[in-house]
Design a protein around this ligand. Structure first.
Ligand SMILES: C[S@@+](CC[C@H](N)C(=O)[O-])C[C@H]1O[C@@H](n2cnc3c(N)ncnc32)[C@H](O)[C@@H]1O
Length: 245
């Protein structure tokens, strides 16, 4: 079983691959697409869950998603067909940094995917290139709740505390017009959903040749969460507008 298949099982009960509950996702999207007829781009869209929710809520919205995971894009395509929104969704299997379009977008999303661009500010720079005048960016990024251990930095990279994260965004020419800081409950629910779904799959498929590997992976990842980063990692979603253009 490859990494994508493991990720697919881990997110079966939490299709948004970030620590946000349905209400938080809805509120962030409401601020991101205030009219409902926007053209939306998601860089690192995964299974397309953000786009699917926006399309399902707004019949005049158009969406495009970019991701390197063929597995996740197939899931997005199938879900879009089931919801009857596939004619308004274009999916691109490629590096997000290489994506080019002849038109610009009213909302550019990138949630939990800043590593695809090498960090927060490079992600905002990439989003800006795709942004229509007056457009918005919805970005989701990790931050340190407290001084991280070297192991946590090794796992999550070069993050900063929340205030510094927002200061960096503002200094880069953006104004946050809405934000959501994942609650303790959202953070914990997400981890339990992922590692619980993996463990359940293994216990439900004892005869599968991958069963013991999947159970072991669930245990390792759960332990990493509890011992390495649970007490120091946070997650923020920001809706941004250019301060001046
Ligand atoms: C944590 S998931 C987030 C998915 C989605 N934004 C969400 O919140 O549900 C990160 C996604 O980024 C994608 N990704 C990682 N590197 C990428 C790259 N260089 N270009 C495009 N997508 C990438 C992964 O395949 C994965 O689907």
């Amino acid at each position: 079983m490859n990494r994508e298949q493991i990720s697919g099982i881990a997110h079966a009960d939490h299709p948004i691959k970030s620590p946000l509950d349905d209400d938080s996702v809805r509120q962030l999207l409401e601020r991101g697409v205030p009219r409902g007829d926007e053209r939306v781009l998601d860089l690192g869209c995964g299974g397309g869950e953000w786009l699917l929710r926006a399309l399902n809520t707004h019949p005049n919205l158009l969406a495009e998603g970019v991701d390197t995971s063929e597995h996740a894009l197939r899931q997005a395509r199938e879900a879009a067909s089931r919801l009857g929104v596939h004619t308004r969704l274009a999916l691109h299997h490629q590096e997000a940094a290489d994506f080019r379009s002849t038109y610009s977008f009213d909302l550019v999303l990138s949630v939990g995917a800043t590593h695809a661009f090498g960090g927060l500010l490079p992600t905002l720079a990439a989003a800006r290139k795709h942004l229509a005048p007056g457009g918005r960016v919805l970005i989701g990024e990790g931050f340190w709740e407290r001084e991280p251990s070297p192991e946590a930095v090794e796992m999550f990279g070069d993050l900063t505390d929340l205030a510094t994260t927002v200061d960096r965004v503002v200094a880069d020419g953006w104004t946050p017009v809405h934000g959501h800081i994942s609650t303790r409950r959202e953070l914990d629910d997400y981890e339990w959903a992922c590692w619980g779904a993996l463990a359940s799959w293994a216990l439900d498929h004892p005869a599968d040749p991958d069963s013991s590997h999947v159970l072991e992976t669930a245990a390792i990842r759960r332990t990493e969460w509890l011992r390495v980063y649970r007490d120091m990692w946070g997650f923020v979603g920001l809706v941004l507008r250019r301060t001046s253009d």
